[in-house]
Design a binder for this molecule. Structure first.
Ligand code: PLP
Length: 490
């Protein structure tokens, strides 16, 4: 692969495209104001069109993606997504629609949003849904604002939200951003909430507990009824981080479990490839207590006609300007319609089965921190890798040489040298067998030749990077000419 920057490939006066000669005799100076005329050469690379296309096409193939290979990134649900959804999302009717079109002209897009809300209500058991938030974290933030509005209405100003120590980092961040103090709750030795610690922390100043279920260890919180009881004593709310809803579809509904509200990551559970920085979609579903406060506008249906309703006098306001992420909504809608209720249930079954199959293949050579059963993902404890002279980071890097994306590592924080694996429902038994085989093979290589693993990866476009340094010293370069390299920032 050609690893030069496009600026390094540049050749003086090389052109990809040439404009026709200027035909009349007026000079450019008489048409363009003096202050807008460039005095120096424009610093852009000079190449033929073909060279530009090849450069970027080659670059685009450097990154690993779910279309290239297995991507077992725990917590992120990196699954293959049906191509049909992309096609549907790209129909001009959807890709060119504008929220200010008169509602008569956009009945179909409005219907899809309305029906998606209905599906999400059925799946979660909740009473109302907003499709506004643009990501899971944004959904959390919206949920926090809803909870604040709920207590304000009751004339209370509670300050604390409790969050288990296994939670995703966005949970405390969203609480802090919404004006609450995030307080950490310990996990028990079974991997669920430590009820005694929870009991000690809950008081009249507690607005809510924010619980991921199943949690980031893949463990279903079996004490949910006792947790609800503890919270009820002080009328605190129970928020569900629904990022792992793909483990519950058709089996358990957050409303029935006693949750007051949750966010749903459409881009994790209901199709849409992600990981490239968005867009995502993080709808929030709420019970009766919180419906009044939902953001506006909302899609409504009257006499078989759909429209956007901007009225809701207790609303927290808008959390986004309309739906720039509309494609994600279309993909989730298609996915749900294509699979149907039984299909969604089967997807959950397959995700849980795949995860447990892989866990069984790995648990003898890698340690588990918790023996508790897991659902769609599991976390290995990499601390015994030191027996063969490597660490979790080295194992992760070595996997890249075999065409796998690394699992999520060093998260959740409560597991030492954590290796968090989520195979998803879309992987075959052959892929899982192959992955387990390679994981075990890396251990074997490390035993005889640890250097090879410590220096991995060897086959990727760039080798082992100093990750700490790379974060601190961003080095973006441009080239004034082929010899003289000028860093823009160091
Ligand atoms: C992904 C994830 C989030 C954040 O969701 P985004 O859509 O990435 O903002 C929150 N909690 C958990 C458990 C997650 O896995």
């Amino acid at each position: 692969m050609n690893r030069k920057l496009i600026f390094e490939l540049s050749k003086r006066n090389c052109r990809g495209y040439i404009l026709p000669e200027w035909e009349d005799n007026t000079s450019i100076d008489s048409i363009i104001p003096q202050n807008l005329i460039r005095n120096e050469d424009l610093l852009i690379p000079e190449l033929t069109e073909g060279e530009v296309i090849r450069h970027f096409t080659n670059l685009s193939a450097c990154n690993h993606s779910v279309d290239k290979g297995f991507y077992p990134l725990g917590s992120c649900t990196m699954k293959y997504n049906p191509r049909y959804n992309e096609k549907a999302a790209n129909y001009p009717l959807f890709s060119t629609v504008h929220p200010y079109f008169p509602s008569e002209l956009i009945q179909l897009p409005l219907m899809i949003m309305y029906e998606l809300e209905e599906f999400l209500k059925e799946i979660t058991g909740m009473k109302s849904v907003t499709l506004q938030p643009a990501a899971g974290a944004h959904g959390e933030f919206t949920g926090v604002l809803l909870m604040r509005a709920y207590f304000n209405r009751k004339g209370e100003e509670r300050k604390k939200i409790l969050i288990p120590d296994s939670a995703h980092g966005t949970n405390p961040a969203s609480c802090a951003l919404g004006g609450f103090k995030p307080i950490s709750v310990n996990s028990s030795d079974k991997g669920g909430i430590d009820l005694n610690h929870l009991q000690k922390l809950v008081d009249k100043d507690t607005a809510a507990l924010m619980l991921t279920n199943p949690n980031t260890l893949g463990i279903f919180e079996s004490n949910i009824a006792s947790i609800r009881e503890i919270l009820n004593k002080v009328d605190a709310l129970l928020y569900m981080d629904g990022a792992n809803l793909n483990a519950l579809l058709g089996y358990a509904r957050p409303y029935d479990l006693g949750f007051d509200l949750l966010h749903i990551n459409l881009h994790k559970t209901f199709s849409t490839p992600h990981g490239g920085g968005g867009p995502g979609s993080g709808p929030v579903a709420v019970n009766e207590k919180l419906a009044d406060f939902l953001p506006v506008p909302n899609v409504r249906k009257e006499n078989n006609t759909y429209y956007l309703d901007f009225e809701n006098k207790n609303s927290i306001g808008s959390v986004m300007n309309f739906w720039g992420n509309f494609g994600v909504i279309i993909k989730a809608y298609c996915y749900i319609r294509m699979l149907g209720g039984n299909g969604l249930k089967k997807a959950t079954e397959a995700a849980v089965l795949n995860s447990n199959y892989l866990r069984a293949l790995l648990k003898d050579n890698f340690k588990l921190s918790y023996e508790t059963d897991t659902l769609h993902e599991f976390v290995l404890n990499g601390s015994n890798l030191k027996n063969v002279g490597i660490k979790t980071i080295d194992l992760a890097k070595a996997l890249l040489d075999y065409g796998f994306h690394a699992p999520t590592i060093y998260f959740p924080l409560i597991v030492k040298e954590a290796i968090m694996i989520e195979p998803t429902e879309t992987e075959t038994k052959e892929t899982l067998d192959c992955f387990a085989c390679i994981m075990n093979e890396i251990l074997r290589i490390a035993e005889v030749n640890p250097e090879k693993i410590l220096n991995a990866p060897h086959k990727t476009p760039v080798g082992r990077l100093d990750e700490g340094e790379a974060v601190k010293r961003l080095n973006i370069c441009y080239f004034e000419d082929n010899e003289n390299i000028t860093p823009l920032c160091e």
